[in-house]
Design a protein around this ligand. Structure first.
Ligand code: PGA
Length: 261
């Protein structure tokens, strides 16, 4: 059976409410020809756009996600957004532990774990991002870093809950302006480490079912190559996806290649 392909974007701190809705509309019509049983297409816009975006996303068969979430339901936590608030918006996915959250805003694996557990409690799909920094890679401890990010981040989750968990491998050195995309060989080795760790945590069957996505400077040139590794299920794209037309070109390309893979 054809494996489902996961492709999505996080628009970070770009796109206003109006721009987000227009983007979803355009992306939806440009990808309408693709069977959504084969493609899980998701967009993760800013919090303020979620409410307005929900209707358009649903009409366009695009899964909507939030970029972050508090692990508390309510309380004196100025500036935080609660899972209860997200429930009202129609969000299905919550991005947890994006490298910018970890490295600019100082979130650690224990915090990500609390968020993963809260997301599952509220029936969201947590998209847990993991990835080593450049200096961790230089030290040769990338396997250990990934293993501990997964073991701590997913602590206390069950194989049953694992059905709702997605993982993004996003090496910190590959992300954003100035990032260098990971080579396919290197990325493949890291997917294998991630897959083995997921099997250890949940057992073979549940561990094998979890989608692993790659993110970090994906573009029109390297997307095809990056999707070819056996353990990869999709791509999580930043800059190259923010123009709907370009994003749709990447998506069509990937769908074509996966259908013949
Ligand atoms: P990028 O962002 O594709 O612009 O490198 C990826 C990400 O941050 O998920």
């Amino acid at each position: 059976m054809q494996k489902k392909l996961y492709i999505g974007t996080n628009t970070k701190m770009y796109k206003t409410i109006r721009q987000t809705v227009a983007f979803l509309d355009e992306l939806g019509s440009l990808t309408r020809d693709i069977d959504r049983n084969l493609l899980e297409l998701f967009v993760i816009p800013s919090y303020t756009a979620l409410d307005a975006a929900a209707r358009t996303a649903q009409a366009q068969a695009i899964t909507l996600g939030a970029q972050n979430m508090s692990w508390e339901d309510e309380g004196q936590f100025t500036g935080e957004v609660s899972p209860l608030m997200l429930e009202e918006t129609g969000v299905r996915l919550v991005c947890i532990g994006h490298s910018e959250r970890r490295h600019i805003f100082g979130e650690d694996d224990e915090v990500e774990n609390k968020k993963v557990l809260a997301a599952l409690r509220h029936h969201f799909t947590p998209l847990l991002c993991v990835g080593e920094t450049a200096s961790q890679k230089e030290l040769g401890i990338q396997n250990e870093v990934l293993r501990s990010q997964l073991k701590v981040g997913l602590h206390d989750t069950s194989p049953e809950q694992a059905r709702h968990i997605w993982i993004a491998y996003e090496p910190v050195w590959a992300i954003g302006v100035g990032g260098t995309p990971a080579g396919v060989m290197y990325a493949s080795r890291m997917y294998t480490v991630i897959r083995q760790t997921l099997r250890e945590i949940y057992g073979g069957e549940a561990g094998d079912r979890i989608p692993i996505l790659y993110g970090g400077s994906v573009n029109n040139m390297n997307a095809r190559e990056l999707i070819q590794a056996p353990d990869i299920d999709g791509l999580f794209i930043g800059r190259s996806a923010w123009d709907a037309d370009n994003f749709s070109r990447i998506i069509h390309d990937l769908v074509d290649i996966c259908l013949i893979k």
